[in-house]
Design a protein around this ligand. Structure first.
Ligand code: DC
Length: 223
C-alpha cells in the first residue's frame, strides 16, 4: 500500500504531539516529534553552558549532539532525556536555540533522513513548509491561547510539575511570537495545508479527522 508523509504543524500547545502520535498509531506509521529534537539540543547546550548568543559556538557544539528515537523515548548521546526536555527552563530557551540557522540545518537534515521511506507522521513548525514540502497531507493546527495554556498545564501536572496558568500562557504567546517572526523557517501555514482549529474539538475528534484525511489520500490511488 502507498505510504505517505503526514506533516502536522502549528502553534505550541495545540495538541500536535499527542495527536500526531495517535494518528501514527492508527496508520501504523512511525511518529517523530521534531520539537523534541530542538528541546534535546537545547538541553545539551544548557548542560554544557554553551553561550546561546554565540552562534558559532552553538554550531561547533552541535558536533557533540547525537539524537536518536527509541519508541517514544528520545535519547541524547544514548541517555533518555524524555522528561528532562519538558521543563520550563527548556521552554524558556528552546525558541532561541531553534531560531539558529545551523541548528535548523542539522535537525532538518536528520528529519529528512528519518522520513526518506515515508510512512511517517512528523509534527513541528516547518514540517510542511521546509522538511517535507512534498508531504501528501499537511495539517496546520490552531487553538485559542487559553485553551492551549490549560492543556499544557494539565500535561505538566501529569509530570508532577506545578505552574501558574498565566505564566504558561505568557510563555506560549512569547514562543508563538519568536517562532512566527524568526528569519529561519518561521512558523507559517503552508498554502496547501488543511487548517484545523482544535479549541472546540475533543482529542478523539481531532485524531479522527486527520486519520480520515490520510486514509482518503492513501486509498485514492486504488481507484
Ligand atoms: O512542539 P514543541 O513545543 O515541543 O517545540 C519546542 C520548540 O521547538 C518550539 O518553541 C519551536 C521549536 N520547533 C521548531 O522550531 N521547529 C520544529 N519543527 C519543531 C519545534
Amino acid at each position: 500500500m502507498k505510504k505517505i508523509v503526514v506533516a502536522l504543524d502549528g502553534f505550541s500547545g495545540t495538541g500536535k504531539s499527542s495527536t500526531a502520535k495517535k494518528v501514527a498509531d492508527a496508520l501504523h506509521y512511525i511518529y517523530i516529534d521534531s520539537g523534541a529534537m530542538y528541546r534535546a539540543t537545547t538541553y545539551f547546550m544548557l548542560a554544557n553552558e554553551v553561550n546561546l548568543d554565540d552562534h558559532d559556538a552553538v554550531a561547533a557544539s552541535l558536533e557533540g549532539v547525537d539524537i536518536q528515537f527509541l519508541g517514544s523515548q528520545i535519547l541524547l548521546n544514548g541517555t533518555n532525556v524524555s522528561n528532562e526536555i519538558r521543563t520550563m527552563r527548556i521552554n524558556e530557551n528552546v525558541s532561541k536555540v531553534s531560531a539558529i540557522r545551523q541548528v535548523r540545518e542539522a535537525m532538518v537534515a536528520q528529519q529528512q533522513q528519518i522520513g526518506r521511506e515515508r510512512g511517517i507522521v512528523m509534527d513541528g513548525r516547518d514540517i510542511g513548509t521546509v522538511v517535507f514540502p512534498d508531504a501528501e497531507l499537511k495539517v496546520f493546527m490552531t487553538a485559542n491561547p487559553r485553551v492551549r495554556a490549560l492543556r499544557r498545564q494539565k500535561e505538566l501536572l501529569e509530570k508532577g510539575i506545578e505552574e501558574e496558568l498565566n505564566t504558561i500562557e505568557l510563555n506560549l504567546l512569547e514562543r508563538d511570537k519568536i517562532d512566527s517572526s524568526r528569519a529561519e523557517s518561521p512558523l507559517i501555514k503552508a498554502d496547501d495545508a488543511v487548517e484545523i482549529d482544535t479549541s472546540d474539538l475533543t482529542f478523539d475528534e481531532q485524531v479522527h479527522k486527520i486519520v480520515e484525511l490520510a486514509k482518503e489520500i492513501i486509498h485514492a490511488d486504488r481507484d
